[in-house]
Design a protein around this ligand. Structure first.
Ligand code: COA
Length: 161
């Protein structure tokens, strides 16, 4: 399979949200295969363990045949190579995302000049959500059901019970 037709979508996914799923759905219509890559991000202290984040992501994409979920602890470019991906997919929700994304894309290009970074924008109804905002609202007992799957909602309720 042409590697340009396989995209890797990396993130911490703590937990996966409908905003991520919106992006994955868009990507699945463009690429033959989408690899959702759950990062062991040492810059963050995740609420959910790696196996939990992977399980929630696997459940959330179960109806999308061309989407698979993997975890990785090494460089993203290495993970992309291992899975034959030619494109790194990232979401841009607002201008504030740009600076970090610009740095990430530039560094990944330095590390592997053959990997292209492609940006998609999620539906505007998810433009203002992030995993940490979702966690915060869940912790304080607010309604997050419009922004996560039922299983993620239940998993958050269990964590904060
Ligand atoms: N909808 C809703 N929220 C979204 C979103 C979308 N479409 N896209 C991003 N977000 C949110 C995430 O939930 C996350 O929220 P939080 O910070 O409140 O938890 C935030 O935006 C940023 O997350 P994300 O875009 O997934 O980035 P990240 O910081 O979690 O992950 C990595 C960054 C993992 C991709 C990067 O560190 C990496 O590639 N690491 C691997 C090691 C490596 O190769 N390092 C060198 C890179 S040059």
């Amino acid at each position: 399979m042409n590697s340009a037709r396989i995209a890797i979508y990396p993130g911490t996914f703590d937990p996966i949200t409908n905003g991520h799923l919106d992006l994955i759905g868009r990507a699945a219509r463009i690429f033959d295969r989408v690899v959702v890559a759950v990062a062991d991000n040492k810059n963050k202290t995740p609420l959910f363990t790696m196996p939990e984040r992977v399980r929630l992501a696997v459940e959330a994409v179960s109806e999308l045949d061309s989407v698979q979920v993997v975890s990785f602890e090494n460089l993203l470019v290495q993970c992309a190579r291992e899975h034959g991906a030619g494109v790194i997919l990232r979401g841009l929700r607002a201008v504030s995302d740009f600076e970090f994304e610009f740095q990430l894309a530039g560094m990944n290009r330095h590390l592997d000049k053959d990997l292209e970074t492609l940006f998609l924008t999620p539906s505007e109804k998810y433009a203002f959500i992030s995993s940490s905002v979702i966690r915060e609202i869940a912790r304080l007992g607010g309604d997050i059901s419009p922004f996560v799957t039922e299983k993620v909602n239940a998993a958050l309720a269990e964590k904060y019970a």
